[in-house]
Structures are given as C-alpha cells and as structure tokens.
Design a protein around this ligand. Structure first.
Ligand SMILES: CC(C)(COP(=O)(O)OP(=O)(O)OC[C@H]1O[C@@H](n2cnc3c(N)ncnc32)[C@H](O)[C@@H]1OP(=O)(O)O)[C@@H](O)C(=O)NCCC(=O)NCCS
Length: 168
C-alpha cells in the first residue's frame, strides 16, 4: 500500500509506491533525466532480479511519477554480512522539488536499512553539485572522502565525487 501525505491548502498528495516490471521504465526515465550518468539496462533489471538486496520506490505527486529511489545492499566479497546500503539513485524531477518528496524517499530508505540490521548508508555525489551535497549534509550525512575522477566517463568539468556517509 502506498504511504500518503496531503497538504490540504494546495491539494498536493505525495505517495510512494513499489517498483514492478511494468513501471521499471519510469525509474529509468527519472534517473536519466536527473543524474549525469547513464546506466545499462541490467542496472534497472537488478531491482526485479534481486529484490532482497534492493531498496526501491517511486514517488508520485498527485499520481504523477516524479521521484525515485534505488539503493542496494552491498556485501563485500568473501563476506556474508552487508557492509552498507549504497544509493544508486535518489532523484526528484526539478519542477517537483522542495515538496518533501526527497525527504520521504530518504526516510523510507533509512527505515528499510534499519529493518535489514544495516547501520550505514553511502552514496557518491558530484563535488560541483552544491545543492545536492548540502541536502545530504543537512540530512545527517558526512563526507568520508573525495574520490578523484569518479565521473570521468561523464566528461564533467570537475569529475571528482564526494563519498557521503550516514550512520543510522
Ligand atoms: C536532492 C533532492 C533529491 C532533494 O529532493 P527534494 O524533494 O527537493 O527534497 P525535499 O523537498 O525533501 O527537501 C528540499 C528542501 O525543501 C524544503 N521543503 C520540503 N517540503 C517543503 C514544503 N512543503 N514547502 C517548502 N519547502 C519544503 C526542505 O526543508 C528542504 O529545504 P533545504 O533546501 O533548506 O534543504 C533533489 O534536489 C534532487 O533530485 N536533486 C538532483 C539529484 C542530486 O543532486 N542528487 C545528489 C546526489 S547525486
């Protein structure tokens, strides 16, 4: 069942719903529209093929899909226990930002991470994406390291990334 929040003044309804094989293309569209990275088809199919290690949701603004979350449980090679949840994509289409949609997706991710007995969330963020970095810092993330040339393939002006980490 989708979770729902309503702002009566503007009649805005924000809800989160599951990813299915039928709406996988929506995850792809939103991710490609928002992030400077393009991923192979397999990246998206992983969600359906490995549900136990995926944390995903689509976010809807009055029933229009405008945001998405795709994170995966990372298990280091040779280990059985996960080390962290890694966020591949947590995006909200520009026109629909500042309605709390990103916050709902992050809250969901944190709840699901805790349910899996994992206490660390990580992601990479382009160093020049100041609003993105600021948003994560405000939400309790810290900069673990600067990863040189992380976005080299995307031919960004400054291709370094910040590895952001939150302990929950
Ligand atoms: C980062 C991102 C996911 C945030 O999504 P969002 O839906 O705008 O996030 P929220 O609405 O929860 O919070 C954004 C701001 O809106 C404010 N806000 C939330 N609900 C609000 C409301 N109803 N009215 C006014 N402001 C509101 C929040 O307090 C927050 O304030 P801040 O700008 O001072 O931090 C979104 O900007 C995005 O997709 N960016 C591009 C991707 C990106 O940069 N990712 C970074 C890592 S790669």
């Amino acid at each position: 069942m989708p979770s729902t929040t309503s702002d009566k003044q503007y009649k805005v309804t924000i809800s989160l719903d599951d990813l299915t094989p039928n709406n996988l293309g929506v995850l792809r569209k939103i991710t490609e529209k928002v992030l400077p990275t393009s991923y192979p088809q397999q990246f998206y199919h992983q969600v359906i093929e490995s549900p136990s290690t995926s944390i995903t949701k689509l976010a809807y603004f009055n029933e229009v899909p405008v945001g998405c979350l795709k994170a995966q449980v990372l298990i280091p090679e040779g280990k059985t226990l996960p080390s962290c949840c890694y966020v591949d994509s947590l995006c909200v289409i520009k026109a629909y930002r500042k309605f709390g949609i990103g916050q709902q997706l992050l809250d969901y991710l944190e709840q699901e991470t805790i349910k899996k007995f994992i206490h660390t969330i990580k992601l990479h963020c382009w160093v020049e994406n100041k609003p993105g970095v600021e948003w994560y810092l405000k939400n309790g993330f810290q900069v673990e390291e600067i990863v040189k040339d992380y976005y080299k393939e995307q031919e960004l002006v400054n291709p370094d990334a910040m590895l952001l980490v939150k302990t929950i």
